[in-house]
Design a protein. Structure first.
Ligand SMILES: Nc1ncnc2c1ncn2[C@@H]1O[C@H](COP(=O)(O)OP(=O)(O)OP(=O)(O)O)[C@@H](O)[C@H]1O
Ligand SMILES: [Mg+2]
Length: 399
């Protein structure tokens, strides 16, 4: 229980492999959507990052700062498979959020964190400890991102198919609660598509030089050799920075040009100025999402529902919610619907729901948290700092 009164100004944090979404409860969208990568560089020039003590390193966060190439900088993700892994760097992200996005001290705001399905208990405890001990938050709550996405869709019973960057999960929700033993997780998601797209573009001989390395380019005709001049640097960009920026370049291509079951080709121009049409043949790389024997994104829906009690299965098929950035690929929802229909019991009705808006779809877990944390009856569910001090970090596991 947390008695913070009417205006508690709770914060919602939705950490993911691709980005962290952060903002205030009751608002429609997060205040910020920040890449889940920190640039780490030595303070002084020409010194190696690896040999420097942590207090002599500088940390760079958010797109504008990450896009600048710095001597000896390493681009490091604090996430691994959608789960917080590097706590030191995650703290840098939280520090940045409080100082630049929230612009208020952590002690003033209860925090609501979304959680990945099947996140190990120890990770939840570590986060709880960090927030209460270091950030001195007055209260905290955690909930599974898929359940919050269902909630944002006005559903308490649903099968949520969340396809993000590092994983796709099928998560059954009954009466608002996750049925943990029926959750199915697959690594076939956005990062897999980025990898396949990189392989395809490289095999086509397409130059993936990122926009921030290009000083000047000319307009060229469709499929004509690009004409561009690269920027010159006194210190050349690090391999790690190049890898990060190239990945961002391919992700832009992925988000703009890749379609599942493409009906009309899409035209795409790379940062070098090279441009061409990408057609059905180029979209074949998405087939990997659908042809794995057990982990295909449509199969995990059927497997997950089949692990639930027989009497709830029709309700779950009747309420499949599709969410996550990777599901925004054109044709994803339709293809999942078609494949699931072909594999499920014929007597049951299938209803698939996916919100149209690009940002809404990526922010659904955040939005679900924002709505939940604003409800009057929810306020008694906060774990207060006093309660934490009485019972310890294990308390959060009962949420
Ligand atoms: N419009 C789009 N079309 C296609 N793919 C997109 C689009 N927008 C984002 N993506 C892809 O979606 C993925 C990011 O999705 P999302 O923001 O849901 O991930 P996340 O929650 O941070 O990661 P995870 O769930 O793995 O922790 C990336 O692979 C990105 O390239
Ligand atoms: Mg996610």
């Amino acid at each position: 229980m947390f008695e913070g009164g009417e205006d508690i100004h709770a914060l919602i944090f939705d950490p993911g492999q691709y980005s962290i979404r952060v903002g205030y409860a009751q608002e429609d969208t997060p205040r910020a959507d920040i890449p889940a990568v920190i640039g780490v560089a030595p303070e002084a020039k020409s010194n190696n990052t690896a040999s420097k003590p942590a207090d002599q390193l500088k940390y760079y966060t958010d797109t504008t700062f990450l896009n600048i190439s710095r001597a000896n900088s390493e681009m490091i993700s604090y996430m691994n498979n959608g789960i917080i892994e590097n706590w030191n760097l995650f703290e840098k992200m939280l520090d940045y959020c409080y100082a630049n996005v929230i612009q208020s001290s952590a002690e003033n705001h209860p925090v609501f964190f979304t959680d990945a399905p099947l996140n190990p208990r120890v990770k939840r405890e570590q986060l709880t400890e960090l927030m209460f001990e270091k950030y001195q938050v007055p209260a905290m709550y955690m909930a599974t991102n898929a359940a919050l996405a269902a909630f944002a869709n006005g559903k308490f019973n649903a099968l949520v198919l969340d396809s993000g960057a590092s994983y796709t999960t099928a998560v059954p929700i009954l009466d608002g609660l996750v049925i943990n033993n029926a959750v199915v997780k697959s690594p076939l998601a956005g990062d897999y598509i980025t990898l396949k797209a990189t392989e395809m573009l490289e095999s086509m001989g397409i130059d993936l030089t990122p926009a921030h390395l290009i000083a000047m380019k000319e307009v060229v005709q469709d499929q004509e050799k690009p004409k561009f001049i690269k920027k010159t640097f006194t210190c050349p960009p690090t391999d790690s920075w190049m890898k990060y920026m190239t990945k961002r370049t391919v992700q832009d291509f992925q988000q703009t040009a890749i379609q599942i079951s493409a009906t009309s080709p899409s035209h795409y121009e790379f940062p070098t100025g090279y441009n061409r049409l990408f057609n059905q043949q180029h979209s074949q790389l998405t087939e990997g999402l659908f042809n794995h024997e057990t982990l295909a994104v449509d199969k995990i829906v059927v497997t997950s529902i089949s692990k639930c009690d027989l009497d709830v299965q029709p309700a779950l098929y009747h309420s499949v919610v599709i969410t996550g950035g990777n599901s925004l690929m054109k044709g994803f929802t339709e293809r999942v619907e078609q494949e699931v229909r072909a594999k499920m019991p014929a007597a049951i009705k299938l209803k698939v729901r996916a919100v149209k808006g690009t940002t809404e779809r990526r922010f659904e877990a955040w939005t679900g948290g924002s709505i939940l944390a604003s409800i009057g009856t929810f306020q008694q569910l906060w774990v207060s700092k006093r309660h934490y001090e009485e019972v310890g970090k294990h308390r959060i596991n009962t949420l």
